[in-house]
Structure formats: structure tokens, C-alpha cells
Write a protein that binds this ligand. Structure first.
Ligand SMILES: Cc1cc2nc3c(=O)[nH]c(=O)nc-3n(C[C@H](O)[C@H](O)[C@H](O)COP(=O)(O)O)c2cc1C
Length: 278
């Protein structure tokens, strides 16, 4: 396995899956340092006016219900991203309410969005889908405009629980010439066998609070330390709320994690968080 994603230059086939509220720039940089081949942002609206930190050149994932704002957004950030991805899999209530992510099912609209993305960038364009009745129809559209497709073979209804349907993902792979990125329960034990079936894999929840998972897989020297995250978070002026969330995540797997979490939970400012030793 190992088809190129257009002209994208990456050092390996292990990616960090897009995760909203997890993949801030400080965390992404640590994952890269630990050996991750490509990091994704969480989903971002092309109508968003928030300040974006893209200094690490991530894969940027868009979510939208129509083409509004896409052209200008791509123009503004094109130089700063590795590729443009479209989210067609978000199962959240909010997505249902507005009709984006996995609730964007109008094939004409999907085609229109991908066409506008394609027309406005020479960077790779990709999309991320779930298992659904229209997966194969979407695949045909993707083949017209995209350079790779990512499949998370759980249904919208499953959300993040239950087993991902790897056979379904293999069927997608067998029916397309596009490189296929696999997502769903990937970890440091099963990634090798998955890479025999798919071109790339992405790690989601197993990487939360554990950037070192990429070093384990790629044999990159890396020592996890929350202090390193803090340094980067300060450099990029991330919100305290976000830093505190990561502080919680980073306790994962530590011996005294319950005690640490209780301490972190009570902390109300950056200075006190910096005093914590872990
Ligand atoms: C906290 C969290 C946030 C997520 N945010 C996004 C997102 O913004 N865009 C997206 O395509 N998928 C998102 N996902 C889904 C993941 O990218 C991934 O496909 C899914 O979690 C399955 O992989 P895993 O079993 O390795 O976690 C999110 C998942 C989690 C747990």
C-alpha cells in the first residue's frame, strides 16, 4: 500500500485524526515532533472569523452546508495548509440541526462544495466520510475532485462506539483508484495490519493526551512532558480553558492520574497550572 496524495510530501503513513477541541496547534506540534506524518485541525467553518494558528502547516478540515465563503477562505489560508479536507462525518447534534458533517446528504451540494474547493487550490483536496447508504455515491463524486478519501466505517448512529466495519472500508478501497486513509480504533498494535489494507491510517482517541503514541510507532526519540505542551500553548496564546483540558488529557496513563486530575480540576489560572509537576 502507499499511493501518494497528489504532491503531498510526508514522512510516513500515520496521521493524527481531526479532533475538534483536541488538536490545537501546541498538541499538533508535539504529535509531529513525536513522529506523526500529518496532523489535522479539528473541523473549521469557512465562515469562521476566529484567529487560526496554522504555523505548523496542518491538513485543514472544513465543515459547511454550502459553498458560502469557501473561495475566500481558501485564498486566505492556502499557503499555510498541507491539504484541504471536507468533513462529511460529524454525528453531533449541532451537525444535525444545521445539516453539515454526516447530515450533509444532498449529493448535488456535496459535489458543488468539492468543485469549489478543487477550483480554488492546487493543494490536495480530500474528504472524510462514514459508513452510510450513500458512501459509494459520494465516492464517485470524490473521484472527480479529490486526491484521497478517508473512511471512518462507523455509521452516523454509532457515533464513536461499537466496532468499526473494516470490511466496509476494504470495499471502499477495492472500488476506487483514490488513496484511502483509514480511521477507527487505530492504535500502536493494529496499525501495521491496517496499513496492509489501506494506504494511510489516522489515530484519534488513542492519541488524546498521548502524543508519544507516534514515537512508539515510528521509533522517534520523544519524551512526553506537559511542560513542553505548556511552553507551546503560551507561545501561541491558547485559551486557559483549552490548556486546562489538555492538562487533564495528559494525565492519561500516569500512575497518579486520578489525584492529578482532581488537582487540575480545581486550578483557575495558568500560573497555578505551571506549578504542577508532571
Ligand atoms: C473529541 C473528538 C473530536 C472529533 N472531531 C472531529 C472533527 O472535527 N472532524 C472529523 O472528521 N472527525 C472528528 N472526530 C472523529 C475522529 O477523527 C475519528 O474519525 C474517530 O474518533 C474514530 O477514530 P478513533 O477510533 O481512532 O478515535 C472526532 C473524534 C473525537 C473523539
Amino acid at each position: 500500500m502507499g499511493k501518494n496524495i497528489k504532491n503531498l510530501r510526508i514522512k510516513n503513513k500515520i496521521f493524527l485524526a481531526p479532533m475538534e477541541e483536541v488538536n490545537d496547534i501546541a498538541f499538533r506540534i508535539l504529535c509531529k515532533k513525536a513522529g506523526c506524518g500529518l496532523v489535522y485541525t479539528g473541523m473549521i467553518s469557512p465562515l469562521s472569523k476566529n484567529k487560526l494558528h496554522l504555523e505548523d502547516k496542518p491538513a485543514l478540515q472544513l465543515f459547511c452546508t454550502n459553498t458560502n465563503g469557501i473561495k475566500d477562505f481558501i485564498k486566505k489560508y492556502n499557503k499555510k495548509v498541507s491539504l484541504w479536507d471536507l468533513n462529511l462525518g460529524c454525528p453531533a447534534k449541532n451537525a444535525r440541526k444545521h445539516g453539515f458533517g454526516g447530515y450533509l446528504r444532498d449529493l448535488n451540494k456535496i459535489e458543488e462544495i468539492l468543485r469549489v474547493m478543487r477550483e480554488n487550490t492546487k493543494k490536495p483536496v480530500t474528504l472524510k466520510i462514514r459508513k452510510s447508504k450513500i458512501s459509494f455515491e459520494i465516492l464517485k463524486i470524490a473521484e472527480k475532485y479529490c486526491d484521497a478519501i478517508c473512511i471512518h466505517p462507523r455509521t452516523q448512529e454509532q457515533g464513536y462506539s461499537g466496532e468499526p466495519d473494516i470490511e466496509f472500508a476494504e470495499e471502499i478501497k477495492s472500488k476506487t483508484f483514490l488513496p484511502v486513509i483509514y480511521s477507527g480504533n487505530v492504535n500502536d498494535k493494529n496499525y501495521k495490519s491496517l496499513l496492509e489494507k489501506f494506504d494511510y491510517v489516522m489515530i484519534g482517541r488513542e492519541a488524546i493526551g498521548r502524543p508519544e503514541i507516534f514515537s512508539k510507532i515510528t521509533n522517534t526519540p520523544f519524551k512526553k512532558s506537559f511542560k513542553d505542551y505548556l511552553k507551546l500553548a503560551k507561545k501561541y496564546s491558547l485559551y486557559f480553558r483549552q490548556i486546562k483540558l489538555q492538562a487533564m488529557h495528559f494525565t492519561k496513563g500516569m500512575e497518579n492520574s486520578t489525584k492529578l486530575r482532581l488537582e487540575i480540576f480545581k486550578i483557575k489560572n495558568l500560573e497555578d497550572l505551571e506549578k504542577l509537576k508532571y
